[in-house]
Design a protein around this ligand. Structure first.
Ligand code: SAH
Ligand code: SF4
Ligand code: F3S
Length: 478
């Protein structure tokens, strides 16, 4: 297939950071494209972080705004979009697998438009491979131009070529776009985009551009609107939410935002992700003071060894991390703390890995996402020497997981006998006649009921049993 290359990714450009102000684009539908989806269906596959989930809700809203209807079966859809993740090699392998399936389908249904977007196309080599080896793909775009989807689809229909537009700019902020939220009681709320941390292993600063915060007025208005529609819970999103506001040059930080959002009447506020270096006292104080800010925090530590933390460019030490969380435990004594950990970073020794195990014990984590280091092309760590055999890395991961699982169980056991408040999600996969939802501490809780009218409501559940991955309880009569 011929291609129309509007722009191609460049890791070199993606690395640049300037003081220039970013552009805020108020989304307005161009009349030329307002009916391009009439009579057609779409389907979006979403991989990766909550940021991608929020982006998919945006693209769904935009597509529905130009006439597309959501397809039930992706293989029967007129437009199929893969919103991808590039964080580790296994995330990418999954995408190549789905592309393999779509290739067969496209042969049977040549009019189907296949698009790929998100973080993978932002990588030079991934886009090269997408163009060279996956000739059936019609549209390749990235993270900075997802709002241009109607224009890009129109270009595919019009030129009948493969259309590629991946911008390696520092990014923009899009406001006032239509969105199709997947839930009617829990919502993602982006507060900032991009990342300037440049941890040496991580691709995100290259795929998502520089740190840029939304205006607080826009965020507060969005949350007030959600409250008026009956939403119960919001999760504030950003790669480093604790850096909120720093780029705006105003005296207003993430802690201030928490206090202001607490006043909107939303029942539950969560946020992800925090960077330990930027987690400040005001945020901790807000967690103590604001009733709506949930007693739960995901604070990725990555390693417990100071040498490894340094070469990861994390900008804190084992001791500084412990000092911060101990302060937080003082202010929020029932806090449920979770984390992310990478094992097998280039050069990590057994002794250094032991320091990670030590920290896991000291920090009283009640859960962790654990990963084996995956080299990402273009990042500094990918060039570091790495002599640890993969077998050894798997062994470290397994030892870490056993320890982390003790924390999951402990985190559930401490609620046995207590009454917790659960925001009900629906039927549980844990057996017939059971429903489930999450408690304030973000513990998955199952209870006996078949009353679907409880979905989206907060109910009281008395916890009777703790398992590693969830708690079981009984619905309390009010
Ligand atoms: N912005 C967040 C999380 C970003 S990605 C933060 O700073 O914490 C989520 C997690 O993926 C990271 O916390 C890290 O543990 C893991 N990760 C990122 N890059 C990785 C890589 N190259 N190999 C293995 N794990 C990685
Ligand atoms: Fe990646 Fe580090 Fe930024 Fe998190 S803070 S997104 S790990 S560079
Ligand atoms: Fe993945 Fe991009 Fe999110 S790499 S984790 S989808 S920011």
């Amino acid at each position: 297939m011929k291609s129309t290359k509007l722009s191609m990714p460049s890791l070199k450009d993606a690395r640049k950071r300037s003081k220039e102000a970013f552009e805020t684009i108020r989304y307005k539908l161009n009349d030329n494209y307002k009916n391009i989806g009439d009579g057609k269906t779409y389907y979006i596959y979403t991989y990766g972080c909550q940021g991608n989930e929020a982006d998919s809700e945006m693209m769904s809203g935009i597509l529905e705004g130009v006439g597309y209807k959501r397809a039930v079966d992706p293989m029967k859809s007129d437009v199929v979009i893969l919103n991808t993740c590039a964080i580790r090699d296994n995330a990418e392998q999954r995408i190549w697998g789905v592309l393999g399936q779509l290739k067969g389908r496209k042969r049977e249904k040549p009019n189907m438009v296949v698009g790929i977007c998100g973080c993978m196309p932002q990588e030079e080599n991934a886009t090269k491979k997408l163009i060279e080896s996956y000739n059936f793909i019609d549209l390749v775009f990235g993270t900075h131009n997802r709002h241009r989807l109607p224009e890009l689809l129109a270009k595919v229909y019009e030129t009948k070529t493969k259309v590629i537009e991946v911008l390696s700019s520092q990014g923009n902020i899009i406001e006032d776009y239509p969105t199709h939220r997947e839930s009617s009681y829990k919502a993602w709320v982006n507060i900032m985009f991009g990342c300037d941390e440049f941890c040496t292993y991580c691709i995100v600063p290259y795929t998502r551009g520089k740190e840029r915060s939304r205006a607080k007025e826009d965020i507060i208005a969005e949350v007030k609107n959600l409250v008026s529609k009956g939403y119960k819970e919001i999760t504030l999103l950003g790669q480093n939410v604790n850096a909120y506001g720093k780029d705006l040059g105003i005296d207003y930080t993430f802690g201030d935002l928490l206090y202001d959002l607490d006043k909107t009447g939303i029942e539950r506020i969560r946020y992800t992700t925090s960077h330990p270096r930027d987690l400040d006292l005001k945020t901790m104080q807000a967690m103590h003071d604001c009733k709506s800010v949930m007693p739960q925090l995901h604070l990725p530590v990555q390693s417990g060894d100071n040498r490894v933390l340094k070469i990861m460019n994390r900008k804190y030490t084992h001791e500084e991390y412990m000092e911060k969380i101990n302060k937080l435990y003082e202010l929020v004594p029932d806090l449920s703390l979770t984390t992310d950990i990478i094992v097998g970073f280039p050069g990590e020794t057994e002794e250094e890995f032991q320091h990670t195990l030590d920290l896991v014990k000291e920090a009283r984590f009640e859960g962790a996402f654990t990963f084996i280091y995956s080299p990402r092309e273009g990042t500094p760590a990918a060039k570091m020497e790495d002599h640890t055999p993969m077998e050894e890395k798997h062994d470290r991961l397994n030892r870490l997981i056993s320890l982390v699982n003790e924390g999951y169980l402990r985190g559930h056991e401490r609620f046995v006998g207590q009454v917790v408040e659960v925001l009900v999600d629906g039927e549980s996969k844990n057996g017939e006649g059971m429903m489930c939802g999450y408690s304030k501490h973000l513990k998955l809780t199952h209870f006996k009921s078949d009353d679907m009218s409880l979905v989206g409501k907060i109910v009281k559940v008395k916890v009777t049993e703790a398992k590693t991955w969830f708690m079981i309880g009984e619905l309390c009569e009010d």
